[in-house]
Structures are given as C-alpha cells and as structure tokens.
Design a protein around this ligand. Structure first.
Ligand SMILES: Nc1nc2c(c(=O)[nH]1)N[C@H]1C(S)=C(S)[C@@H](COP(=O)(O)O)O[C@H]1N2
Ligand SMILES: [Mo]
Length: 543
C-alpha cells in the first residue's frame, strides 16, 4: 500500500499531463490575446511577437538574413513570425505539461518569457520607452495566472486525496477510476471560459490594431501631388520593348520589390510628420513638414532601384517614376557644403520612424545627380510599404546606402564617427550599384520549340547608363542585342535578341557594357558586402 500511494503522487497519469499541456497552450493564447489588446491600445510595434521578431531580425547575422530574403523573398517576415509562434507553442506545451507537477515554476516561466518580450520591445530603436513593455508584461501576467489556476484544477484533488487518504482504504480507493483525483468540472469550465475570453480579447486587439492606421490612410488619401516643375525626360511608355515575358520598363507599385526590416509597416500621418536636418556643418538646421515639401518645386525622374541582396539574375530591382524634392537644394538651403567644397561632413545619415539608419556619401547626393526626397511613386503618393510619406532615392547607389523609407531625420556626420545599421552588420560603407543584366525570357529550364526564340531582359548601370548588351549561346560569339530607346542613365534598359534556336540543351548568357565602356565582370562575388557580380546564364532545352 505504501508503494501504491507513493506511485499515485510521483507519477502523474499521461492524460493529466496532456491536459496540462493544453492548459499551457490556453495560457499562451490568453497571453498573446491580452498582449495584442494592449499593443492595440499602445503601439502595434510593441507587441511581443513583433518586438521579438524585430529584435531577432537585427540580431540575425547578415549572411542568414541575406539567405532568408533570397529564400523567402518578401515572405521572410511571415516565415519569421510563424517560426516565433512555433517556438512559443512548444514552450507553452512544455510549461503546461510541467505545470501539473511544478505549478509555480511553470507560471514563473511564463512571466520570464514576458520579460524577454518586454526587454525586446523596450530595446527597439523606435521604442517609446517603458510603456512598450506593457503588452508583454500584461500578457504574461494573464497567461501565468491562467496556467496557475488551470494546473490547480488538475492537481488540487489529487493532492488532497493523497494526503487525506485514511489508512483503511476500500478497494475502490486503492485503484481510483481515471477521472478521480482532479477537479474535472472546474478544469473544463476554466478552460472553456479562458478560451472564449481570450478569443474575444484578441479580436478586440486586432480591430484596434487595424483602426490605428486609419488616420494615416486618410492623410495619404488626401495627398494631391502637384505637377512637377521639372518633369521626367521622356514618356516612359514610348521606350518599352514589347516582348512576351520581358520586365516592363516601369515596374508597377504593386509589383515593385520590397526589402526592409519592418515587421509592421509604419503608417505615418502626414500631419504628424516632420523632417529634421541637422548635424556637422549644417549652418541653418531646419525642420520641414509634409506640406512644406509639397509646396516646393518638385522634380520627376525615372530611377531604377536595386537591392544589394539581389543575386545575379535576381528579382530585387525595379524601375519607377519618382516625384520629389531635390535633396541637394534642401541641403544647400541648410548651409551644407559637400566635402569637395570644404564641408566637414562626408556622411549623410538618414533615420526612419522605425529606427533604421542609412549612410550615404554627402558628395554623391550633392554632385548634380537627381538625389531626391521622394513623395510620389508612379504618379501616386508613396505606398506605405515603400516609405510613405517620404523616402530618399539616390540614383546609382544600392538601397541600403541611400533609399531610406519612412524618413524622419537627416544628420550630417562623418564615415569615421558613425556606422549605420547595415554597416554594423558587415555590409560596406559605400556601395555604388554594379553593372548588371538579367535574362527575363526564356525562363530557366524552359522548353521552347525550335525556330525563332526571343531572348530578352533588362540591364542597368545607374549613373553611367547602358551602352551595349550582348548575348551568347553556349560558347558561341557574343551577339549584340537590340536596345530599347535609352531613357536616362539612371534607368534600366530593356534589350532583346531573336535567336534561331536549334534542338537540344543550350546555355544563354548575357553581359552589359556601360557607357564608360566598362564590360560587366565575369567575376562572381557574393551579395555581401557590396553587391553580387557575375553574369546571368539561363539553361534551356529546345524541343
Ligand atoms: N526604413 C527603412 N528603409 C529602408 C530599408 C529598411 O529596412 N528600412 N531597406 C533599404 C533597402 S536594403 C532597400 S534595397 C530599399 C528597398 O526599397 P523598396 O522596399 O521600396 O523596394 O529600401 C531601403 N530603405
Ligand atoms: Mo537592399
């Protein structure tokens, strides 16, 4: 009997452990629901999953991040959040199962997780301070209490029956029925009501979160872009080649690639937005409102934007018609001189509302190129995902050293004294775009019919312009492709070449030559630290 009794206490039956695990999941669900509600009341960016996700994006080694962007594209953030949820689920299951035996420790464990979320939220560069801890702390408290209570139902009766069991036991008590030993009614009631309340709380949180952006959306809807005083040089439509499968000259806003670290796209109300220009050698520091910028003389330019994470042949390049304010004019008004004219600052650091920092050579933005603070993209206000209300665009530089989205601050400083976000993660301080070319059609491993096959694609060398594109089939001679009418040196250029395709497997390779006469290199480099190089090849089988 002694042994039997000991067994009762030491070994928790498996079904009870499973119910404990279920309690853990319910507690986790309640914690996230409460956190969502509090984040909805405060800031969506302060929610634990977003905060931990953002912190892990920042902590991720450059190579892994680069791989994630390539592997999952714009879905990389979704994959990350699913990953965090999976980890949390595993932790919830484990702490719930443990709670049947170690109620206090498990409940404390959930509080600890809340502490991790809180630390992540407060530590974000765009954090508003201690209030950002609230969603994590409040959520963890709710989850911890719930787990403690539910685990109590699972163990309470078991314990009391074990300790109060009299020495004279009946046969029935010696081998209790499986339902005995815990407060089944209390557990079911608690679990069901916890699930119901969490669902309701979570739903309220969600709707709060989505309504928070409404003012920003309304302010974007109200923007009317004035006619630019300096329009783009040519009608973009006229420069296009019409080949099936080729990238259109203008990338639509919806098709434009997106690369950033923002788990929640910032939704800025133009009424609240200000841009500050300050720092070394800024003789007249200034602040500009959105209306200040709108009221200025605007320029409109076609500029191709390229991401440094774009692999040879990759998708992270797009061409848009940007409308905005010439950055050099604004800087000159503030009394900024480029280093070549004695200015003390050689690095312009732009900061976004989400805490991104991007460093750009002052010389580059003041050397006469069309560097701008863009307000419009392809005739509309910037889409939120592409930086509304204002972003930087600098022709000839990769996005990570120039194209700050959701910009709010420009500081003039030096390369020696400050390393921005990507540089701290192993990327280059200076990164002009490398000459690139891509075969859009035929696609890799396509099986075109023999006869005339159109090979076509795009090539870019922003700041220099594309002078020539050549294609080679297998080890044959380089043949010059037809080029679309060049738009500007800052845009990509479409090209095409009719090919008399013969049966069998073939490798098609492209190379571009910029207008300085430099031929695109064969040297293959990785994307880190300053962009991939090498030539794009496509293997096809002609049938
Ligand atoms: N605030 C902010 N701006 C940013 C980034 C970012 O992560 N955060 N990424 C930069 C990078 S790496 C690139 S390539 C471009 C991409 O701009 P797009 O998403 O509009 O194509 O934005 C740049 N500006
Ligand atoms: Mo990028």
């Amino acid at each position: 009997m002694r042994d039997d009794e000991k067994d009762q206490r030491v070994r928790t039956p498996w079904p009870r452990i499973a119910l404990g695990a279920l309690s853990g999941v319910l507690a986790g669900f309640a914690a996230l629901a409460v956190a969502d509600l509090l984040a909805g009341l405060a800031r969506p960016q302060a929610g634990p999953i977003v905060a931990v996700g953002s912190a892990s994006i920042d902590a991720t080694p450059a190579a892994v991040k680069d791989w994630a962007v390539r592997r999952f594209g714009t879905d990389d953030k979704f994959v990350l959040q699913v990953g965090i949820l999976a980890v949390l689920t595993a932790l919830a299951l484990t702490s719930g199962a443990l709670a049947v035996r170690f109620r206090r420790v498990s409940a404390a464990g959930i509080l600890l997780l809340g502490g991790v979320g809180a630390a992540a939220a407060v530590g974000r560069p765009d954090s508003t301070g201690l209030p950002d801890a609230l969603p994590s702390v409040g959520g963890a408290a709710a989850g911890s209490l719930l787990l403690y209570a539910l685990a109590g139902r699972l163990t309470m009766v078991a314990r009391s029956s074990a300790t109060t069991r009299p020495s004279a036991v009946t046969a029935a008590e010696a081998s209790p029925p499986p339902s005995a030993g815990w407060d089944r009614r209390g557990f079911v009631l608690g679990a069901v009501s916890a699930a119901a309340v969490s669902t309701a709380v979570g739903a309220i949180g969600r709707s709060l979160n989505s309504s928070r952006g409404r003012d920003a959306i309304a302010s974007r809807d109200a923007v009317v872009l004035p006619t630019p005083g300096s329009p783009a040089r040519s009608a973009a439509g006229r420069t296009g080649l019409r080949v099936r499968g080729i990238s259109p000259f203008v990338t639509s806003n919806s098709a434009f690639y997106r690369v950033d670290t923002a788990l929640v796209v910032p939704r800025v109300d133009t009424g609240d937005w200000r841009l500050r220009i300050h720092g070394r050698g800024v003789r007249r520091p200034a602040r500009f409102s959105f209306d200040d910028l709108l009221a200025r003389d605007l320029i409109e330019r076609d500029i191709t934007l390229t991401c440094v994470s774009n692999e040879v042949g990759g998708p992270y390049v797009g061409n848009a018609r940007w409308t905005g304010v010439r950055l050099a004019d604004l800087l000159a008004e503030c009394g900024v001189e480029p280093p070549s004219r004695g200015g003390p600052a050689d690095q312009l650091v732009s900061r976004s509302v989400d805490g991104m920092t991007i460093g750009t050579p002052v010389e580059d933005v003041m050397d006469g190129r069309d560097a701008m603070l863009a307000l419009g993209m392809n005739g509309e206000p910037l889409p939120f995902a592409h930086g509304f209300p204002v972003r930087m665009v600098v022709p000839g530089l990769y996005g990570f050293v120039s194209a700050c989205k959701w910009i709010k601050d420009i500081e003039l400083t030096t390369f020696d004294s400050y390393d921005p976000y990507w540089v701290r993660r192993g990327w280059a301080r200076r990164a002009p775009v490398k000459t690139g070319s891509r075969i859009d059609t035929p696609k890799p491993f396509a099986r075109p019919a023999s006869g005339t096959v159109m090979i076509a694609g795009v090539a870019w060398a922003q700041g220099r312009g594309i002078g020539r594109v050549e294609v080679r089939v297998d080890d044959g001679p380089w043949r010059e492709a037809d080029l679309a009418a060049q738009d500007t040196r800052d845009t990509w250029r479409q090209w095409s070449l009719p090919w008399k395709a013969t049966r069998g497997g073939h490798t098609l390779t492209v190379r571009a030559t910029d207008r300085t006469g430099a031929v695109q290199t064969t040297e293959r480099t990785r994307t880190i630290p300053d962009g991939a190089s090498g030539r794009h090849s496509v293997v096809v089988t002609v049938e």
